[in-house]
Design a protein around this ligand. Structure first.
Ligand code: MG
Length: 373
């Protein structure tokens, strides 16, 4: 890894793991975190969980797995330019969506509704729950026993009530402090990745068109640039040339603005970062471009009637699975039945949240299909 700035997260200054382990040989603590994440079951499930489109609708749409890899790529590039810890930012990026339910945001909304009286459901908090508790791979502890800094980065937001229950990682929400620069960066790399790939997937699906996108300033600007340079370019290549330039604009702006803010604030170390303002940021101009793009995507893609139909079906599947299990916990697989004896709603939420899109659909059929032959 390249040289670290004084304000970067360092292994030596880590607040450590929940259960003591001797330092790894031949790799850093944050590399070990990344390796544990890549080998986890929850990570493999990301392949069959979706963002906007349901997994079986097309082989080329993003899944949470390819999304997480794109976030890691963007975050690492910026981290290297700002002399931040690439290993840490990669761990956070690869783990940030581990707690996602099947069927993207509609799945999460439905599960949150089901859990309203039982402490709620929040995918961010669930990602932490996966790495702290739900993964069962090690003899000495539940979860992956990751470093504080990785866990801090996974927990992007959190209510005050939940923060109080979380111990060390919850503290910053109560004290109104910032996380590491690596955590701040992974968060914005996530935004760059999904805004741009949703444009790509939206076009691929035919739900939005190139003409629709002319009303989005950041798209129009780069499309015109590509057309000037390659007047005959058509279709996919035209789209890709435009989107890659958009990503580049966002990444370059994020790097420049963050460098400027870090220079101005000049934090001596990670503790100064935690006590200061947010330092990883887009410039105001690019923030406006980004907001216009998000507004467009919300109105034209996420609220598109065909996406809404899928979302509606997804919500019904999640809701009905949840109520069937709550009514009759004997329908759960044995390990979840044991946990349901202590706290049935939470055990069911963990089970449902862990499902991939296709597993949820299969499970729905297995439980509700009238064919009893
Ligand atoms: Mg994400």
């Amino acid at each position: 890894m390249s040289e670290l700035a004084p304000y970067a997260a360092r292994t030596q200054a880590s607040r450590g793991r929940r259960f003591f382990e001797p330092p790894p040989e031949g790799r850093s603590e944050f590399q070990r975190d990344r390796d544990r994440i890549v080998h986890s079951t929850a990570f493999r499930r990301l392949e069959y969980k979706t963002q906007v489109f349901v997994n079986h609708e097309g082989d080329l749409f993003r899944t949470r797995l390819t999304h997480s890899i794109e976030v890691a790529q963007i975050a690492r590039s910026v981290a290297r330019n700002l002399m931040l810890n690439e290993d840490l930012v990669e761990s956070i990026a690869l783990a940030h969506d581990l707690g996602h339910t099947p069927f993207g945001h509609s799945g999460q909304d439905a599960l949150n509704d089901c859990m309203r009286e039982y402490g709620g459901f929040e995918h961010n908090l669930q990602s932490l729950r996966v790495v702290d508790l739900l993964e069962q791979r090690y003899g000495a502890f539940d979860g992956l026993n990751l470093c504080f800094e990785t866990r801090e980065g996974i927990l992007k937001h959190c209510s005050q009530a939940n923060a109080k229950k979380l111990g060390d990682v919850g503290e910053r929400f109560l004290l109104k402090k910032q996380p590491s620069l690596e955590a701040q960066l992974a968060n914005l790399a996530d935004e760059i990745a999904y805004n741009n790939h949703d444009v790509d997937d939206g076009l691929r699906s035919g739900l939005i068109t190139l003409e629709d996108l002319l009303e989005v300033p950041v798209f129009l600007r780069h499309l015109e640039e590509v057309r000037r340079e390659f007047p005959d370019l058509q279709d996919r290549r035209l789209t890709h040339e435009t989107i890659r330039r958009m990503i580049n604009t966002f990444v370059t702006d994020l790097t420049g603005e963050s460098r400027r803010r870090i220079g101005e604030y000049a934090p001596d170390d990670i503790e100064a970062v935690r006590a200061g303002p947010m330092l990883i940021s887009f410039s105001d101009d690019v923030k406006r471009l980004q907001q216009a793009l998000q507004t467009f995507l919300r109105a034209r893609l996420y609220k598109h009637y065909r996406v809404q139909r899928m979302a509606n079906k997804a919500k019904r599947i999640v809701r009905e699975l949840f109520s069937a299990f709550l009514e009759e916990p004997q329908l759960l697989p044995p390990e979840y039945q044991t946990r349901a004896k202590l706290d049935a709603p939470r055990a069911i939420a963990d089970y449902v949240a862990g499902m991939t899109d296709r597993y949820a659909i299969k499970e729905y059929r297995r439980i509700f299909a009238v064919d009893i032959s």
